[in-house]
Write a protein that binds this ligand. Sequence first.
Ligand code: NDP
Length: 244
Amino acid sequence: MNTQQTSKVILVTGASSGIGEATATRLVRQGHRVVLGARRTERLQALAERLRDEGGQVAYRALDVTRLNDMQDFVAFAEATFGPVDVVINNAGVMPLSPLNALKVDEWDRMIDVNVRGVLHGIAAVLPSMEARGQGHVINVSSIGGHAVSPSAAVYCATKYAVRAISDGLRQETDSIRVTVVSPGVVESELADTISDTTARDAMKAFRRIALQPDAIARAIAYAVEQPNDVDVSELIVRPTASP
Ligand code: NDP
């Protein structure tokens, strides 16, 4: 456990798998106090126990980012456990890709609810206290899909463009809170498991052959976290080397 740098209180949404799990693991091992949030609490419990066994300071709580109350309770729990929140990492996301003419309207709604409303709820839950303290760091996970649209991904990309727009707006509205967008290329995770459209699922399988490991994104996030308060890493794009 490295406790050289200042220990921050860091919230990670979507910490039960993939990028969120890797990020939480890395940050706890660096000596930060991390609160894990997601719906699958049995996974969070197992991760928290593993990290505590290594001497890490970590707590977890059930969280559905689509509910503002849940997000506010998550922040209150973190404050009661570890103190004021220094960093929120709005990472939770879903990606049920499909062409628009498949009319999977429920899946469109789910992506908007988790990927856009979830990020807004994360911001809403921490912004008043960060503004009052005159410091804080909001890290939002977008995607290379927030830079370019591809077939079957119109709605997913729209949500990730929205994450970048919201982040840039927040950054411009404050001079005391750091705002970072992290935009990964394809990463090995459970993200594609919920794609119900068979064509889109097969297309994703081809992409996943060159996927990064989640810790590549965790390292990028940790880099943004460790900068001093007067340095805002506003965006990091991290792609597999073999990516087109
Ligand atoms: P995973 O599917 O492995 O992880 C997604 C996480 O989001 C899970 O922990 C899941 O937890 C959580 N989640 C989903 N819905 C909710 C909800 N309503 N409330 C709280 N948590 C929720 O995928 P990744 O790790 O790959 O995805 C993490 C982020 O990275 C996402 O925003 C994704 O869009 C983005 N990204 C991923 C890329 C990739 O190639 N993998 C590329 C670019 C961006 P649970 O189900 O337990 O609630």
